[in-house]
Design a protein around this ligand. Structure first.
Ligand code: MSP
Length: 648
């Protein structure tokens, strides 16, 4: 039987961040696991390179779009190569075969009557590459998904008859309860479909950076909608529409996606496939989002976690372990160095690393590094049984996309290994002349470590190869079969010394993220709980201290200032708040200050306001100022203070 596992294809408008690495690690782990079991596995990743967003990013970077896409796509591919990601194909939507496949799919859907031409008028969010009906907009203007301003677009468009697939989709969800995993995510999709599906605009005329229409249709001013183009990558990668030799891998076993793009994969994609008369993927695995130290990551906050930086500091396999172990699949997770270091020190270094070192040390002393399983069953049948029970239970966790549970259970093996040493005290046995028993204890631990290494291999491939090498075997399908399925024990061997695999970490190895605001949940709770209606009335305008602290005030240094053309009031400032990136603040102070008055001076900034758009420009803060009949003056610190110093 073959297996087909995919990641989303990543937009080429920025470099990879930790969220991209997370999906890729999970998919890589599953692909490696299937290969270990001997399954013929195809693992696909790649980049999504068309659409208005990419066209605009290239323009901003002052580069031809293809050149821009080539460069960013290469950063993803290089990073995955550096991380040892075991993809079988890295697809790019600018590949010729992909474009051919998309055109063929369009023709098939068109011939079937599922695509027709009409006009579209709607609110379009460029960032999400999606139209939204007015009813879904926030304040009749902003995108309900990302909060950015939408623009009204009226254009001729080809439409896909998504509405025809409503019932078929609902039937599919009902008859395949594991289509969307975890199941808890299925409701939102089912409700969305039950709410009624509108036909989907699948071409654009307002820009040209997309797959061209098929020649047979000949409507040159249209290009394909980026999501139609992108979703089809899962079959064009197998040769759909070009050389179809690999189509035997279809349908996919799992498409891994983030929760934000579940709707595209669980509604549009199956509808497209039904139209193409192709079977549907078996599962869509939707994971949650990562935050950093409890904060949403964003470029403007300067707190985006770069997977390369983390891997350089802590090691890529430690990162894989942490990300898969830390978060139940489907839920949001938080990246903090503290939590990461704790897991490295306690689980990797103590539980696993020390166990290996202990048996290397003991076997060196007791038997000149020779380990023999001959007496293991005689003295440790209880531990063998416990170990086998755990090993038998593991498969289900990965098959159900629960890597955190898989690792949690797997770690029980190390508890057995550490426990058996504690209980049997081989050093005492050696003193008492019970050498066979002491060596059996060392050997049972070696077997536990070997089997654990096989099962941990998909998550930490290189580290487990080092462990296996120390234990004189190789991790592959044969050893998986013998040690895990057939429950064989290790043959007589000499254990090798290894350098410490997981040195303890005392201090964070990377700079911490810039602090965003001093508000704590308790302060928030205190202020809201205590504010009963009565006290509110009595104190009228008084606030609790917690309410004051909800505002993050900081000292900032104005680095750049310029007038906003065509505005009487606005100046655009770039302010240093001690964060990685400057903050842009658009302030209504032009009548009172010229840009030169401001550059290199200090101001007081409200630093935790939601970003707002003023005359089309993002403003990420507000300046404190006082205004009376004589005019306005900025509030400034009495003496120079470091940029970012909190005010309170
Ligand atoms: N190009 C589309 C996918 C097309 S698939 C046919 C896309 N690209 S993306 O680069 O914006 O996002 C790729 C993946 O990264 C998505 O699955 C998204 O959920 C995930 N993440 C983006 N930010 C994330 C976090 N902060 N945390 C976890 N995953 C996140 O969408």
């Amino acid at each position: 039987m073959s297996k087909y596992i995919t990641t989303p294809i990543y937009y080429v408008n920025g470099e990879a961040h930790i969220g991209h690495a997370y999906t890729t690690f999970i998919a890589d782990t599953l692909a490696r696991y299937e290969r270990l079991k001997g399954e013929d596995t195809f693992f696909l990743t790649g980049t999504d390179e068309h659409g208005q967003k990419i066209e605009e990013s290239a323009k901003k970077a002052g580069k031809p779009t293809q050149e821009f896409a080539d460069e960013i796509s290469a950063t993803f591919k290089n990073l995955w190569d550096e991380f040892g990601i075991s993809y079988d194909k890295f697809i790019r939507t600018t590949d010729e075969e992909h474009k051919k496949g998309v055109q063929k799919a369009f023709e098939v859907m068109y011939a079937k009557g599922d695509i027709y031409k009409d006009f579209y008028e709607g609110h379009y969010c460029v960032s999400c590459e999606t139209f939204f009906p007015e009813t879904q907009l926030i304040d009749s203007e902003f995108c309900p998904d990302c909060g950015r301003t939408t623009s009204v677009v009226k254009e001729e468009s080809y439409f896909f008859r998504l509405s025809n697939y409503e019932d078929k989709l609902l039937e599919h969800y009902a008859s395949h309860p594991d289509f969307i995993m975890p199941r808890s995510r299925a409701n939102e999709v089912v409700n969305f479909v039950k709410g009624g599906l509108r036909d989907l605009s699948v071409t654009r005329t307002s820009f040209s950076w997309g797959v061209k229409m098929p020649k047979s249709i000949g409507d040159d001013k249209h290009v394909m909608y980026v999501w139609l183009d992108a979703l089809l990558n899962y079959i064009t990668a197998l040769g759909y529409g070009s050389d179809e030799a690999k189509m035997n891998y279809w349908p996919a076993d799992v498409h891994f996606v983030g929760k934000d793009i579940l709707r595209f994969h669980a509604i549009y994609w199956p509808a497209f496939l039904m139209s193409l008369d192709l079977p549907l993927p078996k599962h869509i695995g939707a994971h949650g989002w990562w935050t950093r130290d409890g904060e949403k990551m964003s470029k403007s906050k300067g707190n985006v976690v770069s997977p390369k930086e983390v891997a350089d500091a802590y090691g890529v396999e430690n990162l894989r372990y942490f990300m898969l172990r830390e978060v139940p699949f489907g839920q949001d997770g938080d990246f903090s160095q503290r939590a990461f270091i704790d897991r490295i020190n306690s689980e990797l270094s103590n539980d696993l690393g020390n166990l290996l070192n202990r048996i290397i040390g003991m076997s060196g002393k007791y038997s000149d590094f020779e380990i023999d399983s001959v007496d293991v069953v005689k003295y440790h049948s209880k531990e063998i049984e416990q170990m086998n029970l755990i090993l038998d239970s593991l498969d289900v966790f990965l098959e159900n996309l629960q890597p955190h549970r898989y690792l949690e259970e797997l770690w029980k093996l190390f508890a057995i290994g550490n426990g058996v040493i504690q209980e049997y005290e081989p050093w005492v046995k050696m003193k008492n002349g019970q050498k066979d028993e002491a060596l059996a204890t060392v050997a049972v631990v070696a077997n536990i470590l070997a089997k654990a290494a096989v099962m941990l291999h998909p998550v930490m491939p290189n580290t487990t190869n080092i462990i296996a090498d120390a234990l004189s075997f190789e991790i592959n399908t044969t050893s998986y079969k013998e040690l895990i399925l057939e429950k064989k024990l290790l043959k007589l061997f000499n254990i090798k010394k290894v350098p410490p695999l997981f040195p303890r970490i005392e201090e964070p190895l990377m700079q911490e993220a810039p602090k965003v605001e001093p508000v704590t949940a308790t302060k928030k709770e205190q202020s809201s709980k205590k504010q009963t209606k009565e006290t509110k009335k009595e104190n009228d305008n008084l606030i609790e201290i917690g309410q004051f602290f909800e505002t993050s005030l900081k000292v900032g240094t104005v680095v750049e200032a310029e007038e906003v053309p065509k505005s009487k009031k606005l100046l655009k400032l770039q302010i240093d708040l001690g964060e990685e990136n400057l903050r842009q603040v658009v302030a209504g102070i032009k009548e009172f200050y010229s840009p030169d008055d401001l550059i290199n001076t200090q101001v007081c900034v409200v630093a935790n306001l939601k970003p707002a758009k003023l005359m089309g420009m993002i403003s990420e803060g507000m300046l404190l100022a006082a205004k009376d009949e004589d005019g306005l003056c900025l509030i400034r610190p009495e003496k120079p203070k470091k940029s970012g110093t909190p005010i309170g």
